[in-house]
Ligand binder design. Structure first.
Ligand SMILES: NC(=O)c1ccc[n+]([C@@H]2O[C@H](COP(=O)([O-])OP(=O)(O)OC[C@H]3O[C@@H](n4cnc5c(N)ncnc54)[C@H](O)[C@@H]3O)[C@@H](O)[C@H]2O)c1
Length: 310
């Protein structure tokens, strides 16, 4: 595998534009593909927002990066050293586009999927060169969250993994490499374990939604960004964890269904910010201001964490 200089990002919805902007800042020539001019118009706006975030974060910039936009997939893929797939989370669509990638790119180009949970082995199973297919799972929003999960399928080669990790390193992001694939990978498994317990506590009337958020934000949330779980165990003392876990683990939610609060609100069409309300209600002003305010706070937190040697 030669050095990665050209990338094709296939699918420019929520994730693609930010992924493209991060690669561009790392000196990569990026082509963003989507199925329509209308989708690309939105992608252009997404790229501008992501570029602005990267500028405010103030990390290194490598010369030579660029972004172009394409509705012709062959043209987008031509000459790509790596393909980043970010199409909808449906196996049929993923398989269809990966089959297309194989027809156009060089035999040694790396093919990655941003899937949130579809097995990489399944995406790669009908391909001629499944060894070069790697899970490269970015976190949303990709311009702000500097961690990417790298997931091997059963047939993924070491060389493909190493090339993907080298690219992540080059753009200044952190690789979290999994040894094998499991549903939801690591990030979403941990997040969903937290969500399940939080919702169970609200459903059982132990705590209100606002109080729950206050507790998590100023308790474990703030702390975990400096002292993550495995390190926290050493801080707490493994003997203390052992004795608390021995009675508490059996009381924590093992619910395999979905929280009744969520199923009820979903049925009522209360889906969160995108419908103006979900677990909380939002005024039009709040809806307009919240994303910017939260991005500013995340930028400030990330800068602080980057500057600390812990
Ligand atoms: N949204 C998130 O928070 C998030 C986070 C991490 C990973 N992911 C994963 O990233 C992938 C993309 O997610 P998203 O939220 O950006 O999706 P999205 O629905 O916002 O965007 C998908 C884009 O793909 C385009 N598309 C549809 N069919 C296509 C095809 N055949 N060829 C090329 N493009 C096509 C659509 O026009 C759309 O612009 C999914 O696998 C998702 O699970 C999403």
């Amino acid at each position: 595998m030669s050095e990665i200089n050209k990338a094709a990002v296939i699918g420019t919805g929520t994730m693609g534009p930010g992924m493209g902007a991060v690669l561009e800042r790392g000196g990569i020539e990026v082509t963003l593909f989507d199925v329509s001019e209308e989708a690309l118009e939105k992608a252009r706006q997404g790229v501008e927002i992501a570029r602005g975030i990267l500028e405010r974060l103030g990390g290194d910039r490598t010369e030579g990066g660029s972004i172009s936009f394409e509705t012709d997939m062959d043209a987008a893929l031509k000459g790509a050293d790596i393909v980043l797939e970010a199409v909808p989370e449906k196996l049929e669509i993923k398989k269809e586009v990966f089959a297309k990638f194989e027809q156009v790119v060089a035999d040694d180009a790396i093919l990655t999927s941003n899937t949130s949970g579809i097995p990489i082995t399944k995406i790669a199973e009908d391909l001629k060169h499944p060894g070069r297919v790697v899970g490269m799972h970015w976190s949303n929003p990709p311009a702000l969250i500097p961690m990417i999960e790298v997931i091997p399928g059963d047939q993924t080669s070491e060389a493909a993994i190493e090339a993907t990790k080298a690219l992540i390193d080059r753009v200044g992001y952190h690789t979290s490499q999994l040894k094998k694939e499991v549903p939801g990978f690591v990030e979403n498994r941990v997040l969903y374990a937290i969500m399940r317990e939080c919702l169970a506590l609200v459903d059982e009337g132990v705590v209100g939604a606002e109080e729950l958020d206050l507790n998590v934000k100023w308790g474990i949330g703030y702390k975990l960004s400096v002292i993550p779980p495995m390190q926290l165990l050493d801080v707490a003392g493994l003997d203390i964890y052992e004795s608390v876990a021995s009675y508490l683990n059996s009381d924590i939610s093992t619910e395999s269904g979905v929280s009744e609060t969520i199923t009820k609100l979903t049925a009522e069409g209360k889906l969160g910010l995108k419908t103006g309300g979900g677990l909380f209600e939002y005024t039009d002003e709040e809806l307009a201001e919240l994303p910017g305010k939260r991005a500013a706070a995340l930028i400030a937190v990330r800068k602080t964490l980057d500057s600390q040697d812990v």
